[in-house]
Design a protein around this ligand. Structure first.
Ligand SMILES: [Zn+2]
Length: 193
């Protein structure tokens, strides 16, 4: 059955989904939830075609500016740098940050040939020099690559006389921000240095 094979192969693209889970999902949808399969298919097609990137912070957005960048009540002196839209969402859920964000296009990984340029460092520097930003908070993850990213960006900001701070320790070493509990992130934000 070609259509079934195609579905299983497509499901395997999801992170953490292997052959067995993909098969189980496919059989479940076909056997028990055809309507769910239609809902999923429409949601995927809609999201993939309608969601782009905010032209200012690069997070996911359906409009040119995301709701956060479009909100003029936020504190323009603070710019928080995160690795992914998921990390930005995690920080935003803490409710303890009132500045703006800049979402990197990944993190530096010298072995894969991914340096400052590939993750959008130039756009970040331009954004940080808008005349309003006074502090750039480097909220990359506490993995080796996240630390390397914070280091590279911190140096680049310092060379342009821009002040940068790092989330405080307390976020467990090796952590991806999106999986850390909100209270811990909120504390790390308040105790940044
Ligand atoms: Zn934005």
């Amino acid at each position: 059955m070609a259509a079934l094979e195609t579905l299983i192969e497509a499901l395997r693209r999801l992170p953490g989904v292997g052959q067995k889970s993909a098969q189980r999902m496919a059989y479940h949808l076909l056997q028990h939830d055809r309507e769910g399969a239609q809902v999923l298919s429409r949601a995927l097609a809609g999201a993939a075609s309608d969601i782009g990137h905010c032209e200012r912070c690069h997070t996911f957005s359906e409009a040119a500016l995301c709701p956060i960048c479009a909100d003029e009540q936020r504190d323009a002196r603070l710019l928080c740098v995160v690795e992914t839209p998921a990390d930005q969402a995690a920080l935003e859920r803490t409710g303890s940050f009132r500045g703006y964000y800049f979402v990197l296009l990944g993190r530096v990984s010298p072995l894969d040939g991914i340096g400052a340029r590939q993750i959008g460092a130039e756009q970040l520097l331009a954004r940080a020099q808008d005349g309003r930003v006074e502090e750039v908070i480097l909220a990359t993850s506490f993995t080796a690559e996240g630390e390397a990213t914070a280091h590279v960006l911190g140096e680049a900001l310092r060379s342009r006389q821009l002040r940068s701070t790092r989330l405080a320790r307390g976020v467990p070493v090796g952590s991806e921000l999106e999986y850390v509990d909100l209270g811990t992130i909120a504390h790390a934000l308040v105790d940044r240095r």
